[in-house]
Design a protein around this ligand. Structure first.
Ligand SMILES: Cc1ncc(COP(=O)(O)O)c(C=O)c1O
Length: 392
């Protein structure tokens, strides 16, 4: 049988990158390629107790259909959390519960973009979001990342020339893949530019609570007095990704369109999972919980950075993130990064080739992404040892 596939999905071809990533699932290979939270960070006992209690006390709500906007007590809890902790949310905003931040990104694209429209993105950026944009046949216009966030000159130029740009997608806290943070000055400048040009911002913030060094920086959504920012948040990195619960805080007018789109996608996010999140928020000292998560990631990133510092040759450079799950390592200019990642996989350690995160994956890239949250300590040490051997 010859199967027919839509143009939009045919554009998402498996590539050399996938081949390298396949190696990561080989049990004999150490994977520094994942993007998963540390398994030891899951609040397993709390989730077990909460789940048992829900099924005992309120099984029908957990097992029955719910409304697409989300389980009301969770929406209210998220609304309160966003307002009190982060100054997010104005009278014109609404909270929508999504199946992960990924679904917020998908629904926003679905309701805002026609085929051929343009989405502006940090370059490099999260591959899951880039592929979502591509699946709607939108064109990606990458804006290069500097140490402290987007290159503002390039952003201005893109905003001036791209007449069909629908929104700017960014990960201001601990960008996936670079681990970089956008400075407060740049956040303000980006917001002001977007306002002047009348373009929306899709602010994806799954890692904001995982800051293990430096000072918190207000989100762009916290400046939003104009209904410009769609904020996508998630419980994946602060509770557990298998629950598939995220949230969006956005102007009600856009939220109502996204709700209609969500009805067609999955009707609603799993009710039991939403109830678990709601009870977890109600019964947990979040400051204490975040402190525990930050301790885990501070220690693991420190272990990786220390091993790299002790063994990588001086011509290789890397970011030193203050939070999140990743760091971005760059080979010397003109190096063949793809060949390096292939030999790393053959030597028993998988990393993600940086080109996977580019808006134009065929562009030259000399960097790769390393993840420190998923592997156990001994794999971090051994993985870096293997990479150092190859680099030398
Ligand atoms: C930047 C970014 N946004 C969104 C997501 C999707 O997360 P969720 O599990 O909330 O859908 C990820 C997952 O790794 C991510 O790195």
């Amino acid at each position: 049988m010859d199967y027919f596939f839509s143009d939009k999905i045919s554009a998402l071809q498996p590539s050399a990158i996938r081949e390298i990533l396949k190696a990561a699932s080989d049990p004999g290979v150490i994977s520094l390629a994942a993007g998963n939270p540390a398994p030891e960070a899951f609040p397993r006992a709390a989730i077990a107790a909460i789940t048992a209690e829900i099924l005992e006390r309120d099984p029908v709500s957990a097992l029955q259909y719910g409304i697409s906007e989300g389980y009301e007590p969770l929406r209210l809890a998220v609304e309160a959390m966003l307002k009190q902790r982060y100054g997010i949310g104005r009278g014109f905003d609404q909270v929508l519960i999504t199946s992960g931040a990924q679904q917020g990104i998908d629904l926003a694209t679905k309701v805002l973009c026609n085929e051929g429209d343009v989405v502006l993105c940090e370059n490099p950026s999260f591959i899951g979001a880039l592929n979502t944009f591509r699946s709607y046949n939108v064109r990606l216009r990458g804006v290069d990342m500097e140490e402290d966030g987007l290159d503002l000159g390039q952003l201005e130029e893109a905003l001036r020339t791209e007449k069909n740009a629908r929104f700017l997608y960014l990960i201001a806290n601990f960008n996936n893949p670079t681990g970089r943070c956008t400075s407060l000055e740049k956040r303000r400048a980006i917001y002001a530019l977007a306002r002047r040009r009348g373009i929306l911002i899709l602010e994806d913030n799954p890692y904001g609570d995982l800051r293990f060094a430096g000072e918190d920086i207000p989100s762009l959504k916290s400046f939003d007095e104009d209904g410009l920012v769609i904020y996508a948040g998630s419980f994946s990195k602060i509770i557990a990704p298998g629950l598939r619960v995220g949230f969006a805080c956005l102007p009600a007018e856009i939220a109502s369109k996204m709700t209609v789109a969500k009805q067609g996608a999955d009707v609603h996010t799993g009710a039991l999972a939403q109830m678990i999140c709601e009870r977890f928020l109600a019964g947990t000292d979040l400051d204490e919980h975040f402190r525990r998560l930050r301790d885990i990631y501070r220690r693991k990133s420190g272990l990786m950075l220390e091993a790299m510092g002790a063994s990588f040759p001086p011509a290789v450079t890397w970011t030193k993130p203050e939070g999140g799950l990743f760091l971005w390592c760059s080979l010397p200019p003109a190096a063949d990064m793809t060949a390096f990642c292939r030999s790393a996989a053959a030597a028993g350690v998988a990393v993600v080739p940086g080109s996977a995160f580019l808006t134009q994956p065929e562009d030259y890239c000399r960097s790769f992404r390393l993840n420190f949250s998923t592997p156990p300590d001994e794999s971090i040490i051994r993985g870096i040892e293997l990479l150092a051997g190859l680099l030398r």
